[in-house]
Design a protein around this ligand. Structure first.
Ligand code: DGT
Ligand code: CA
Ligand code: ZN
Length: 646
């Protein structure tokens, strides 16, 4: 049984005040809301914490100033009780009596709140009525049919929970790529500057940019006489929750938040993005395996631990065919190695100063790590073969088409979003706020049809202004238009026709997930065939580690989109670049390309920082073999204007 971590109050900084950050407080208040609900506290108290968390999150003023000037309770939405909790934690680093609340709730109960369809209220009922206090006990209760007879639950809920548990198990212990990479980069940076370290490089699924990462693998080159002191330096790092083990050449760790504190951003994720990610990863932990080898062995070890296992197996076979033995220690001619094994055999290795020489010795071109999945790269890399693609780079993007503003559920204005896009060097930004049908808990989120002309006017005014000033930047006025369950699009035809582009997305996921694949595929195709439809947004609706997408034959959808493109229409498919989604799946990119369907890398940004998420979309496009020409938003602003006006 895996130990469940549960929640804990953040450790105070040693050099305060302020002893805690706003992000930490936002988190704690939100967690307290859930904990109170789980313990059956009254609704007013629960909502006070929920509101407090939300208020704090959107507060623009510096928290420390507000607190130290005693103005915290003047902030609307923060009452006396929460105000004094905030003051205490910021000024003194303590949390009043909250520790008791955190201890009182079983960690397993918190974990089941993450299961789709299971909020704190229902979790409490299950706890009180059936004694459920963990994922395990919930599973048993569902399997024995004890859940469905409870008032307000039913067969459907019971099945849904079982499916949710299955998903949780599958992803257990894995991290989203944004979380994994920010930890991986921090560890790589810290190791790189240890005296005696010649180089340190992230390997494994992180280097291959998988959408989720099981554990981090880092390979370090140091001369043998320095290994001991390098290991000692690693063990003394801040942000190590646990040392799982270590030997002469290997350290196995669990990393936590403090690992991220320093950091110069010298790795592959740029500085600004790394800062954003640190904020988002606030209570995550991740395992890391560090392997220390001599500089001569480094390229072989790096290649081996980069994987994938499937790629390695093919590489090893390629070596065998040439009378060579390939492993993490070297590339060894079989006739020299003979009976020898391990490091003894490796004495006879061919020398390779970097990974690319390993590939050369096998008659291949170097394969970029993202592509090492045995999905055709071994064949394409053969010298004289059909060649590897020239993969898209982050700097190839000139804009994006799916972004939100305060007009729907975003937090920034048109102008703020545009300024942020310009500072990324973009020539355009597509605005696609939600359409009128979208509401959350009865509150309308989308723009009502009457609001569209106002947004259009605002956008035209901004565009004219840039044009007058000779600035090569424009906003495209689109909509993220809901695809209704029957495959119609939200808004009247005229409204949609007035827009530059329509990102069609499914949001009423419940109904789509409860239908069969054929019905869903037909409905989706029906929507795409609408003449106003331009881009298919987050095609399956999946949330990584959260919920599976709805069943759909994406191949059939992409084939139909391909036909429409060859009829001269523009029907593009989105890679939703939010690290929570990364949907279209990278495994389908090649298929989309081969069908002639342009791919858009869209951040689905809800604030200015969110625009940077395109970086993750680029990683997925690269994993999917895409070149700049396959991606719609590498085109210039003028080219897009022409395409959208057709
Ligand atoms: P993860 O951590 O589950 O996200 O995925 P990886 O790819 O990082 O896998 P991991 O951490 O188990 O191992 C790192 C790499 O080491 C893996 O990509 C390939 C290599 N490797 C591990 N076990 C084997 C194996 O049994 N055979 C071969 N050929 N390679 C292996
Ligand atoms: Ca790994
Ligand atoms: Zn969106």
């Amino acid at each position: 049984m895996v130990k469940v971590a549960g929640w804990s109050l953040p450790k105070a900084r040693s050099n305060g005040p302020p002893f805690v950050t706003k992000t930490q407080l936002v988190n704690v208040l939100e967690q307290v809301g859930v904990l109170l609900e789980l313990t059956g506290a009254n609704g007013f108290r629960v909502r006070a914490y929920q509101n407090g968390s939300r208020t704090l999150a959107s507060m623009e003023e510096d928290l420390f100033s507000v607190v130290s000037e005693n103005r915290i309770t003047e902030v609307k939405g923060i009452g006396k009780g929460i105000g004094s909790l905030i003051t205490e934690s910021v000024m003194e680093g303590t949390w009043g009596s909250l520790a008791e609340l955190y201890d009182r709730v079983p960690p397993g109960l918190i974990e089941i709140v993450g299961i789709p369809g299971l909020g704190p209220k229902r979790a409490r009922v299950l706890h009180e009525e059936l004694g459920v206090d963990s994922v395990e006990s919930l599973k048993i209760a569902c399997e024995m049919g004890h859940v469905s007879p409870l008032t307000g639950f039913g067969e459907k809920s019971q099945e849904k929970y079982l499916a949710g548990i299955e998903l949780l198990r599958r992803y257990q212990g894995r991290s989203r790529m944004d979380v994994g990479l920010v930890f991986g980069q921090a560890l790589e940076e810290r190791i790189s500057v240890i005296p005696g370290v010649i180089k340190a490089e992230l390997a494994g699924s992180a280097r291959r940019r998988r959408e989720t990462i099981g554990d981090l693998d880092i390979v370090v080159a140091a001369n043998t006489e320095d290994h001991e002191k390098v290991i000692a330096a690693i063990l003394a790092f801040p942000g190590i929750a646990e040392v799982k083990g270590y030997g002469d050449s290997k350290v196995s760790l669990i990393l936590e938040q403090d690992m991220l504190a320093a950091g110069t951003g010298s790795g592959s994720v740029d500085v600004q993005l790394a800062e954003t990610l640190k904020e988002r990863s606030s209570d995550a932990t991740i395992d890391a395996q560090v392997r220390i080898v001599s500089p001569e062995t480094f390229p072989f070890t790096l290649a081996y631990f980069t994987g994938s296992k499937e790629h390695n197996i093919r590489m090893r076979q390629t070596a065998i065919d040439r009378g060579l033995r390939l492993n993490e220690f070297g590339l060894i001619p079989e006739k020299l190695a003979g009976e020898l094994i391990g490091m003894e055999a490796a004495q006879h290795t061919l020398l390779c100063s970097d990974e690319s020489e390993i590939y050369t010795n096998l008659g291949m071109n170097w394969v970029t790590p993202e592509m090492r999945e045995d999905m055709g790269e071994i064949e394409a890399a053969q010298i004289g073969g059909k060649g590897l693609p020239h993969l898209i780079e982050p700097s190839d993007l000139r804009g994006a088409f799916h972004n939100h503003t305060i007009a729907s559920d975003g937090v920034n204005t048109l102008e703020e979003m545009a300024t942020a896009a310009q500072s990324l060097g973009w020539q355009y930004l597509g605005i696609a706020d939600h359409s009128e049908v979208l509401n959350i808990g009865g509150r309308q989120i989308g723009i009502p049809r009457e609001g569209i002309p106002d947004q259009a006017a605002e956008i035209s005014a901004l565009n004219e202004n840039w044009l007058d000033k000779g600035i090569d930047f424009r906003l495209f006025h689109g909509s993220e238009c809901d695809i209704l369950t029957d495959g119609r699009l939200d808004y009247p035809d005229d409204t949609r026709r007035s827009l530059s582009h329509v990102v069609g997305s499914v949001h009423a996921l419940g109904s789509w997930r409860n239908r069969d694949e054929i019905t869903n595929t037909e409905a989706l195709i029906n929507a795409i065939e609408n003449p106003t439809f331009t881009i298919l947004g987050h095609p399956t609706g999946r949330i990584l580690q959260g919920r599976e997408g709805f069943p759909v034959d994406m191949h059939a959808v992409l084939r139909r989109m391909g036909e429409l493109n060859s009829d001269g229409e523009l029907k593009a498919v989105e890679i939703n670049a939010s690290p929570y989604r990364l949907d279209l799946d990278w495994r389908l990119c090649k298929y989309a390309r081969d069908q002639g369907v342009p791919v858009c890398i869209n951040p689905d940004a809800h604030d200015t920082d969110g625009l940077q998420d395109v970086w993750f979309g680029i990683q997925m496009a690269r994993k999917g073999w895409l070149e700049a020409k396959d991606v719609l938003n590498t085109r210039t602003g003028i080219e897009i204007e022409e395409l959208f006006c057709r």
